[in-house]
Design a protein around this ligand. Structure first.
Ligand SMILES: *[C@@H]1O[C@H](CO)[C@@H](O)[C@H](O)[C@H]1NC(C)=O
Length: 401
């Protein structure tokens, strides 16, 4: 009886949810098709001007407006879509086709960004492929040449209430998707594809932002699948498949010296899969005197498959192996939980806490962790340096906390 009643109340809930589902967002919205502004879907003629004119009209609209990019390939040299828009009406940038960057290295302007949306309140970017064509730039960097400034592919800056949904980003010169100085951004169903050896091609980079959520991302790239830079709080990351790549990273923090404190707090990373990545769940800080903290982080429910460093805190981060500030890090890491982390490590040290001598890690908790090396739990090891914490439930390899 009680069960029947709860089913009924669930049905009532579902019914209510259906009734209140928003109508097709395009319905009733003013449509601005970039073809009408002179864009050509031939992948050759620069459509940036047409895109910007369509944007200007959409942004002036007094009702919700959609800029529509139909199927086809549209060359865009670079474009910055700026708000605020009229009466703060929501603007949607709906892409069915592909935006392609210029073929050579650089050529995307000097700002380090290819496509940017900024100063928006209420923005939806949905669908489509963003092809950053980064190969020429990566090749230049591999040769050690004097290369143009690399550009991130899709940047959302200084905005609030933004949704980025169903976007596919391919071969960015630099980061694929950047959330910079925003409040309230949902990134949903995003796919990132770049080669394992493409330099600094982070999948999603979040910087100086709060209340950012990432759901259902599939990321294979040459650097971090998701990187959480300084100044972030209240982040939620759920259902992310990563590989190839460098894992999901908080940091790196503490690179530049200076006054501002670098802080990251309240981050949840839940239900993730890592396949053949160099790291799984990582916190990284440079050595040196830059002050800051990372606190209130939960890593829950992760599956590792042949990951070099499944769980790692690295407070002596020095990717090039030389020229790093050195000294012990002034970034204080506390209250970090790892719950339900399982699978295989590709190296013997499956759990690595290498914390700062002057600011030891505290409140590090491991719960229900089962990581193996070469299919034998006994072969995997933990490493602890300057760390205090506790364990709960089964923890393999045996903890050194
Ligand atoms: C932590 O962040 C989540 C969003 O990810 C938010 O809902 C929650 O209220 C935050 N908690 C605190 C203590 O601020």
């Amino acid at each position: 009886m009680a069960m029947a009643k709860s089913v009924l109340s669930l049905l009532a809930h579902l019914h209510a949810a259906v009734l209140f589902l928003p109508a097709d967002p395009a319905a009733g919205a003013a449509m601005y098709n970039v073809l009408r502004y002179g864009a050509r879907p031939d992948g050759a003629a620069d459509a940036a001007g047409a895109f910007l004119r369509a944007w200007a009209d959409a942004c002036r609209s007094t009702r919700p407006a959609t800029v529509y990019v139909p199927p086809g390939r549209f060359l865009v040299s670079s474009a910055t879509f700026t708000g605020p828009c009229h009466g703060h009406a929501a603007v949607t940038f709906a892409v069915a086709g592909t935006l392609v960057a210029p073929a050579g290295a650089g050529g995307r302007g000097l700002s380090g960004r290819w496509i940017t949306f900024e100063n928006m309140e209420g923005l939806v970017v949905s669908g489509g492929t963003f092809d950053g064509r980064g190969r020429a730039l990566w090749a230049c960097r591999a040769r050690g040449g004097n290369c143009p400034t690399p550009a991130s592919s899709l940047t959302i800056a200084n905005s609030r209430d933004v949704v980025v949904a169903g976007v596919r980003s391919v071969d960015s010169e630099l980061f694929h998707v950047v959330v910079l100085q925003c409040v309230g951004v949902t990134v949903r169903g995003v796919t990132v594809e770049a080669p394992a050896d493409s330099p600094n091609t982070d999948g999603i980079h979040i910087h100086m932002s709060s209340h950012v959520s990432v759901y259902d991302a599939r990321i294979g790239t040459g650097d971090d699948c998701i990187s959480v830079g300084p100044g972030n709080s209240h982040l939620w990351i759920e259902r992310v498949a990563c590989g190839p790549g460098h894992g999901i990273s908080i940091g790196s923090l503490g690179k530049q010296e200076g006054m501002a404190v670098e802080a990251v707090q309240n981050v949840t990373v839940k239900t993730t899969w890592f396949a053949g990545t160099t790291n799984g769940l990582r916190i990284k800080t440079w050595g040196g005197s830059k002050r800051g903290f990372v606190r209130g982080v939960t890593f829950a429910d992760a599956t590792m498959s042949g990951v070099d460093n499944p769980i790692i805190i690295d407070q002596r981060y020095c990717p090039s192996g030389s020229g790093c500030p050195g000294g012990s890090s002034s970034i204080r890491i506390s209250d970090v939980r790892y719950v339900g982390i399982r699978g295989s490590s590709a190296t013997p040290v499956a759990v690595n806490f290498d914390c700062s001598r002057s600011n030891p890690c505290s409140g590090i908790r491991l719960q229900d962790v089962a990581l193996t090396y070469r299919s034998r739990p006994a072969a995997a090891k933990s490493y602890c340096r300057n760390v205090q914490g506790s364990t709960l439930g089964l923890v393999l390899p045996p903890s050194c906390l």
